[in-house]
Ligand binder design. Structure first.
Ligand code: TYD
Length: 148
């Protein structure tokens, strides 16, 4: 891993407003690699049929960058860089949350029928996951974690 000082912070977890083509027949939103997002899309996946109270995520990625969109319904994303933490509610299909590498993320509070679309910067690779929170804090040089 690179030095802790190189890692992004929660300040870079920003909400991007995607284009909206409003139409009486129904609205349309889109994104294109390089144009509306800070990386090239290599993979897309989606999370759906989430039972009430379930929590997804609970890890970081060493290199992967992602964009998260609530295509339907709503859910909360908590992002944590080892020093600061914030929670963003996604409930608009034209909002995309950018989550860079080495940010611990957890998704929860899913509404009924929520669908979370995730555009990712690389193919699936289990080796890129940081699933141990203590190891995450150590790697970030923030062994104390977030104080609340
Ligand atoms: P995981 O990323 O841990 O889920 P979460 O969304 O809660 O963070 O992935 C759950 C399982 O799905 C895990 O066994 C790996 C597998 N998986 C793939 O095979 N390909 C993928 O693109 C993703 C995202 C997950």
């Amino acid at each position: 891993m690179s030095e802790p000082r190189d890692y992004p912070t929660v300040a870079s977890c920003t909400l991007l407003e995607l284009p909206r083509i409003e139409d009486a027949r129904g609205n349309l939103t889109f994104f294109e690699s390089g144009q509306h997002m800070p990386f090239t899309i290599r993979r897309a996946y989606w999370i759906y049929d989430v039972p009430g109270g379930a929590v997804r995520g609970g890890h970081a990625y060493e290199t992967l960058q992602e964009l998260m969109i609530a295509l339907s319904g709503s859910f909360d994303v908590t992002v944590d860089d080892g020093v600061a933490r914030k929670t963003i509610t996604l409930n608009r299909s034209y909002h995309a949350l950018y989550v860079p590498n080495m940010i611990w993320r957890q998704l929860g509070n899913f509404s009924t029928n929520a669908v979370c679309l995730i555009a990712a910067s690389a193919a699936y690779e289990e080796r890129d996951y940081v699933r141990d929170h203590h190891a995450f804090l150590q790697a970030r040089g923030a062994p104390g974690g977030v104080s609340e």
